[in-house]
Write a protein that binds this ligand. Structure first.
Ligand SMILES: Nc1cc(-c2ccc3cc[nH]c3c2)n[nH]1
Length: 246
């Protein structure tokens, strides 16, 4: 799987050299290249923004540097299956990024991320890019950042960790939050007694059936308390009606 990221702050993406994603890149499980948008400007001031048509505060990112960068990236890495690469454009006005979308995108051969800044990217870039890309504006959540880089850090980590071999023990992907539509259960480790707080006895029992039941009940309770919206969306085939009333 290949990731390309375009930004005027390439150093913002440096954390992707670290930890699991960095190790996966070293091992060749993932390819990731960060591109400085200013490398695609033509003027000596390396201009990437200008005033908005129609007025309004702030500046808008000029279209031409984006077209040059996105053309370069698509030509440099043609997909083996002839499917257009996917262009993810972080935006508060995009579809919300979810674990389901992370799984979907983890199946994509080539993901390109366009990190906007200022008031955003000239809309014509997204229209133009649709000739050679599957264009998807994506929101990290209903809050406003100053640019797309933070969203890309989160998405590359969430997607990259799903690529086979990146996470050492694939079983750890099974029982995490949102993998089954529920929030994850609480976890504990040694010592069993800590500052007069005890680990739940059932977890020390060795009875795997009881432990699984206990954990599922805690997932349901935690989800009902913190994310009632997820309870409504639950696929009832994996939860009995009685469980949903916890
Ligand atoms: N979920 C979310 C995305 C953003 C975002 C994404 C790109 C730009 C460019 C300028 N401001 C931006 C904000 N804020 N919140």
């Amino acid at each position: 799987m290949r990731f390309d990221v375009v930004s005027i702050f390439p150093e913002y993406l440096a954390p992707l050299d670290l930890s699991l994603i960095g190790k996966a890149r070293t091992e060749g499980l993932l390819e990731l290249k960060v591109h400085d948008l200013r490398g695609y400007t033509q003027d000596r001031h390396r201009t990437v923004d200008d005033t908005p048509y129609g007025g309004g505060a702030g500046m808008v990112m000029k279209p031409e540097p984006w077209a040059q960068a996105l053309t370069d990236i698509a030509v440099a890495s043609p997909t083996s299956d002839g499917v257009k690469p996917t262009l993810i454009v972080p935006s508060p006005a995009g579809e919300v990024f979810t674990q389901a979308l992370a799984y979907e995108l983890a199946e994509t051969e080539h993901l390109v991320f366009a990190c906007g800044r200022y008031e955003g990217i000239d809309e014509r870039v997204l229209e133009w890019a649709a000739e050679d890309y599957i264009v998807r504006p994506v929101s990290l959540g209903d809050y406003v950042l100053n640019g797309g880089e933070v969203a890309v850090l989160a998405m590359v980590e969430a997607i990259g960790r799903l690529v086979p071999g990146v996470v050492g023990n694939p079983e750890s992907l099974i029982e995490e939050s949102h993998s089954d539509g529920l929030l994850e259960y609480p976890v504990y480790t040694k010592p069993s007694s800590w500052r007069e707080r005890e680990v739940p006895d059932v977890l020390l029992s060795g009875n795997h059936g009881k432990i699984a039941k206990f954990r599922k009940e805690l997932q349901l309770r935690r989800t009902a308390e913190r994310r009632p919206d997820l309870i409504a969306a639950l696929d009832v085939s994996n939860v009995s009606k009685a469980d949903k009333n916890i």
